[in-house]
Design a binder for this molecule. Structure first.
Ligand SMILES: *Cc1c(COP(=O)(O)O)cnc(C)c1O
Length: 415
């Protein structure tokens, strides 16, 4: 017990934190400790400036001219390249467009188009559900396609990969437990069996260094509204390794993915590069908010970010176990920081009500069915003292049983 850090020690950690000044670039409400940046990242000052310029100057004054003058037409690729830098992609391999769900649909079809003689999709039973729903949607359009799930058809994903598998769809970090996959090893395993791999980076992009090309990955998708702070419903990204570009086919063959969209020709001809993954007209205001959010990342050392993320998670685990362990909360994430994303989950039979009581006190995390409290640590705006205060609030709620108040049991639509 005596080795558990106290409030003065966590204060010292903040004082020597090289990322501490990044918090000034965000707008966060007073009195809130925001531990849900893994679900919706915080608003940044830069995003607001971009939004205002895009709306008041480029839209209101520039009107249709802004497609060229303000470079709206190139935004999907420009921002794609900036995200590409954070995920180990080369220029021209990443595009920002649509939602992660839609991009999974396109990526799975594209992966299947590379392996026309195979018909199996491998995924995780514990995947974020939309990935599985989209895989079902893809399978429904291709008679004979089978889906094999880790945890259902075999205990580990590796056991499911054989020479019938066309594509492996896998979450880099599990949304519920925070467990981190070994990207290089699993990509090699898929390739050794002749399969294509699609990585879902929703919980790793902006949370840690990612090296898609270092791992020789084929395709990837991910969110921009979580750790990248693009704003609610900000468009997602899609990565495709350059070596595949000319062979990739995706089914949503809209005019924005055409080689010459403004030639207004009758037949579809895919763009030669990553733009072939676009479909229709893009949400420029959302893209501009994301542009502002990405400006911040130009100044972030991803190795430092990862180090702080692991330390915040480790500190949280240590403090929760020391101060709240006697109330029945159980760690539901890897204990080893190097195999964990930037979140920590704890389970408790009354997790929903406990989380609502925490939120009422300004400590915002979230709940994932059936019994998980999820706490995300976005190192750009969360400090060590925040972690200490969050655990103190949790301890108080458990000790006083404040969570038993009936209003905390009422389920909202979004948890
Ligand atoms: C958040 C998340 C999504 C969300 O998909 P949307 O289409 O943006 O709603 C998909 N996959 C994973 C792994 C996620 O964590």
């Amino acid at each position: 017990m005596s080795s558990v850090p106290g409030v003065s020690e966590v204060g010292a950690l903040d004082a020597s934190d090289p990322l501490r000044h990044m918090r000034e670039r965000f707008i966060l409400p007073e009195g809130v400790i925001y531990l849900d940046g893994n679900s919706l990242g915080a608003a940044s000052k830069a995003a607001f400036i971009e939004l205002e310029t895009a709306a008041k100057e480029e839209w209101a004054q520039g009107l249709i001219r802004s497609w060229n003058k303000a470079h709206w037409f190139e935004l999907t690729q420009q921002l794609g390249d900036r995200i590409g830098r954070l995920i180990g992609a080369a220029p021209g391999e990443t595009v920002v467009t649509d939602t992660t769900s839609t991009n999974i649909y396109k990526a799975l079809h594209a992966a299947l188009s590379l392996r026309p003689d195979r018909s199996v999709i491998v995924a995780e039973g514990s995947s974020f559900p939309t990935d599985l729903y989209m895989a079902e949607g893809v399978a429904a359009t291709r008679p004979g396609t089978q889906i094999r799930l880790e945890g259902v058809n075999a205990p580990t994903i590796e056991e499911l990969i054989d020479d019938k598998v066309a594509v492996v769809l896998v979450n880099h970090v599990n949304y519920r437990s925070g467990e981190l996959r070994d990207m290089a090893a699993l990509t090699r395993k898929a390739h050794d069996a002749g399969a294509i791999i699609v990585w879902d980076l929703c919980h790793s992009a902006g949370a840690m260094p990612v090296d898609l090309n270092g791992a020789d990955a084929d395709l990837a998708v991910g969110c921009t509204y979580k750790y990248l702070n693009g704003g609610p419903g900000a468009p997602a990204f899609l990565f495709a390794a350059k070596r595949h570009h000319q062979d990739l086919r995706q089914p949503l063959s809209g005019w924005w993915g055409h080689a010459k969209p403004f030639a207004f020709e009758q037949g579809y001809e895919a763009d030669a590069g990553i733009r072939r993954f676009l479909c229709g007209t893009q949400p420029i205001l959302s893209l501009r908010a994301l542009k502002g959010a990405l400006d911040i990342w130009d100044d972030v050392d991803m190795a430092l970010l990862r180090q702080k993320s692991v330390e915040l998670g480790n500190l949280f685990i240590e403090l929760v176990e020391a101060h709240c362990g006697r109330f029945g909360v159980k760690l539901a994430s890897p204990r080893d920081g190097t195999s964990r994303g930037s979140q920590v989950s704890f389970s408790h039979e009354n997790s929903y009500a406990i989380m609502q009581a925490l939120i009422e006190r300004g400590v915002i995390g979230d709940f994932r069915a059936p019994d998980v409290m999820r706490f995300g640590f976005a190192p750009l705006y969360i400090g060590y003292h925040d972690v200490w205060n969050a655990v103190d609030a949790l301890r108080d709620i458990l000790e006083t049983e404040a969570w038993r108040e009936p209003r905390f049991a009422v389920r909202a639509a979004v948890t």
